[in-house]
Design a protein around this ligand. Structure first.
Ligand SMILES: C[S@@+](CC[C@H](N)C(=O)[O-])C[C@H]1O[C@@H](n2cnc3c(N)ncnc32)[C@H](O)[C@@H]1O
Length: 360
């Protein structure tokens, strides 16, 4: 999005920007979880030092007198065993400052649909942020009904972004479940910003946020949406219930008219002549005994790729590498992803005619 990256770590990507930029990111990011805005970094080795540092921040400039805030944290050090105690110290520091300034105690609690703070405290390094997203932006707001093991919207978007799909050619999603991959692909193809599908963000509860700027960038994002696409996006599933759910989710995202839904076995899915990407997220047998039943399915996916998807780039997203071997085709790339705590792979196959088979 044109921001200079200052730092990348396991927790996230650090960039420099204004509070207005956080609104832009909340509106447009497809793969983020939350957008944090740094209020202050400092050192602390005791809960009392944390309290003192937080006391000195001008909270009355950030929160309304009658507002409500919530605190979340990640704490890893020997000074404190329960992160809830750190949250309590922050809450006390803010409340005491409010009492001094206004003579009233602010409202606070666990709800994250208003102002939200986030503390990151590792060893003696503390960073206190405003969570400008509030509720996570990893959910894109259209999935009202989940089906079996749905992918998180941000994860689905990330796998598509990691693929070779150019947003201008066929996208085929057999075994679509609740339709997440097909819906995310369509949203990308028509350039619809995910933030347009929700109306509450953490930044809206920060005093003096620039709502004129928010209106402006929302309007620009709406104007940028394409009405149609000159290629096919196909979602299929063997379960009528899955298809019903997919259609409804696509309706909520206002893209149902742009997706062809098919009720069929994955191997019978229409593959448009103009190649593009075929992406499948099969079940991967998290419980004992299930793996055995899936062996055949994975073998059949390999056959389907080889026989029906010539010229396409094929992708399998799975958390079971034993089963992945049963596909029997040579993966060109294996990309690592975490689905919650499950170590998963996005496997990429180049499906030219006569793809090489490997030993099972
Ligand atoms: C893990 S779910 C897909 C979840 C999906 N990515 C989502 O985000 O909702 C796997 C799907 O495969 C479907 N399925 C299982 N066997 C199938 C088959 N032989 N043909 C087509 N679909 C099948 C199931 O009905 C289920 O919806």
């Amino acid at each position: 999005m044109g921001f200079e990256v200052k730092n990348i770590n396991r927790m996230g990507v650090e960039i420099e920007g204004t509070f207005n930029d956080t609104m832009y990111l909340n509106l447009h990011l497809r793969t983020g979880y939350r957008v944090l805005y740094l209020v202050k970094s400092f050192k602390a080795t005791t809960p009392e030092q944390l309290y003192d540092q937080v006391c000195h921040i001008k909270w009355e400039e950030l929160f309304e007198k009658d507002g409500y805030f919530s605190i979340q944290s990640y704490v890893k050090n020997d000074f404190i065993y329960d992160s809830k105690y750190a949250n309590l110290k922050i809450k006390d520091a803010i409340a005491d400052r409010f009492v001094r300034e206004f003579g009233v105690r602010p409202n606070s609690g666990p709800d994250i649909d208003k102002a939200v703070l986030f503390l990151h405290w590792k060893l003696d390094e503390c960073s206190l942020y405003i969570d400008t997203s509030g509720e996570t932006i990893a959910k894109h707001g259209y999935r009202k009904i989940p089906f079996k093991a749905p992918m998180l919207e941000a994860l689905a978007a990330a796998t598509i972004q990691a693929s070779e799909w150019d947003r201008k050619s066929s996208f085929v999603n057999p075994m679509c479940g609740s339709g997440t991959l097909a819906i995310e692909a369509t949203l990308m193809a028509i350039n619809k910003a995910p933030g347009l599908m929700r109306d509450n963000f953490g930044f809206m509860h920060i005093k003096g946020y620039n709502y004129a700027y928010w209106d402006k960038i929302k309007k620009e994002a709406e104007d940028a949406i394409l009405e149609s696409i000159p290629f096919k996006i196909i979602a299929s599933d063997i379960s009528p219930e899955a298809l019903k759910v997919s259609r409804m989710n696509a309706e909520y995202a206002e893209v149902d008219h742009l997706i062809n839904f098919e009720l069929c076995d994955f191997s019978k899915t229409t593959i448009p002549e103009e190649p593009g990407v075929v992406m499948i997220n099969p079940e991967y047998g998290e419980r004992l005994g299930e793996e055995e039943e899936l062996v055949n399915i994975y073998q059949q996916i390999g056959d389907f790729f080889k026989k029906s998807c010539s010229g396409y780039m094929g992708y399998i997203f799975t958390g079971n590498m034993n089963l992945a071997k049963r596909i029997g085709l040579r993966a060109k790339k294996r990309m690592e992803f975490f689905n919650a705590k499950i170590d998963c792979r996005l496997l990429e196959y180049e499906l030219y005619a006569g793809s090489k088979r490997t030993e099972k």
